[in-house]
Design a protein around this ligand. Structure first.
Ligand code: 3PG
Ligand code: MG
Length: 399
């Protein structure tokens, strides 16, 4: 890979230079209070920001948050993130009320060497996500005008062909930040020659989201363990009734063909926690995966499945995990995700957790992050990397 790195930039003089850092500070917020519920993505860019501060750069951070529709929306303001970022950096972060307007320009102009500013949500501007090159380019021009150099540390967004990810690096000297480098290095291990057995655990709600990665991984892995909402479409493909569990009817045929081609590599649940309703206090019990009663909904994998998955993980040398095994946000249906996460943490293997939800699950369940070799900040980005797709944000750094 022909990519210049943060160290290359630091080796030049950056003192007093304005450095635009594209970060992925798209953190989950509590719907009621607006509080940040998981600051993992903020902590993940601290090494890059800290190094730039240390070197005396004027650090201008930009990010998206959520999916606002191209105009300002207070529910998606990055202001709370500026507060948290300042706490973690141990120095106040100057917040610009817009992204490329008067506030952004004056905030950046007011920065002293070693100070940090955060611009308001990139997606408050239609140019950020526009499919129209000229429109995106015009926004990229405005962003690039705020800085002298560009650092991409937004691994979670490298699969997006957005102005701040794809077009700004064409306009400024550009390098990869520490997080992007680490992510690419780790995922490169998985697409290269991983130590075997290589076991992948996939969960989450939809097969359709994971189809491309399953196709790409099947020839590479020794075992593919499937849990989460998506397992029910596979169970249906095996001819089982799944009650009122999540089901993608139009994917059943695809799952059948995947199971045929997998030659026994795909492991499905043998038992399931089935509930009367999708609710934290719904009456529930463990049933056989081939006998889910018609009115019940499967919300987690059962204990026998956890034991079987754990046994497969115990002998693994390389593990990739994406997607929760059940509705882990509800305590009654968190045992599957916890059991699998613990089995991965205890395995004597190179272990990678991919994706916003699985990473959040690790922290929400109070598991030790250090027990995993790497927790990726990218959901879609890590899956697209493993699919072998060209990621626009990485390609832009290579030029
Ligand atoms: C994510 O949360 O996966 C990244 O921040 C990208 O967000 P997006 O899917 O809204 O582009
Ligand atoms: Mg280059």
């Amino acid at each position: 890979m022909n990519i210049r790195t943060l160290d290359d930039l630091l080796a030049e003089e950056v003192t007093g230079r304005r450095v635009l850092v594209r970060a992925d500070l798209n953190v989950p917020l509590d719907k009621q209070t607006g509080q940040i519920t998981d600051d993992g993505r903020i902590r993940a860019v601290l090494p890059t920001l800290g190094a730039l501060v240390q070197a005396g750069a004027k650090v201008v951070v930009c990010s998206h948050l959520g999916r606002p529709k191209g105009s300002p929306d207070p529910a998606f303001s990055l202001r709370p993130v500026a507060g948290r970022l300042g706490e973690l950096l141990g120095a106040p972060v100057h917040f610009a009320e817009d992204t490329v307007g008067d506030s952004a320009r004056s905030t950046v102009a007011g920065l002293a060497d070693g100070q940090v500013a955060l611009l308001e949500n990139l997606r408050f501007n239609p140019g950020e996500t526009s499919k129209d090159e000229a429109r995106r380019g015009a926004f990229a021009d405005q962003l690039a005008a705020l800085a002298d150099a560009y650092v991409d540390d937004a691994f979670g967004a490298v699969h997006r062909r957005h102005a701040s990810v794809y077009d700004v690096p064409a306009r400024l000297p550009h390098v990869a930040g520490r997080l992007v480098l680490r992510e690419v290095e780790v995922l490169g291990t998985l697409t290269g020659e991983p130590d075997r057995p290589y076991v992948v655990v996939l969960g989450g709600s939809k097969v359709s989201d994971k189809l491309a990665v399953i196709e790409a991984l099947l020839p590479k892995v020794d075992r593919l363990l499937v849990g989460g909402g998506m397992c029910f479409t596979f169970l249906k493909a095996q001819g089982h009734e799944v009650g009122s569990s999540l089901l993608e009817e139009e994917m059943v045929e695809t799952c059948r063909s995947l199971l045929e081609r997998a030659g026994g590599k795909i492991m499905l649940p043998v038992d399931v926690v089935a509930a009367d309703a999708f609710a934290p206090d719904a009456p529930h019990d463990t049933v056989r995966a081939d006998g889910i009663p018609s009115k019940r909904v499967g919300l987690d994998i059962g204990p026998e499945t956890v034991a079987g998955f754990a046994a497969a993980l115990r002998g693994a040398r390389t593990i990739f995990w994406n997607g929760p095994m059940g509705v882990f946000e509800m305590a009654a249906f968190a045992h599957g995700t916890r059991g699998v996460a613990e089995a991965i943490a205890n395995a004597d293997a190179f272990t990678v957790v991919g994706g916003g939800d699985s990473a959040a699950a690790v922290r929400a369940l109070g598991l030790d992050e250090q027990a995993f070799s790497h927790i990726s900040t990218g959901g879609g980005a890590s899956l697209e990397y493993l699919e072998g797709k060209t990621l626009p944000g990485i390609a832009a750094l290579e030029n």
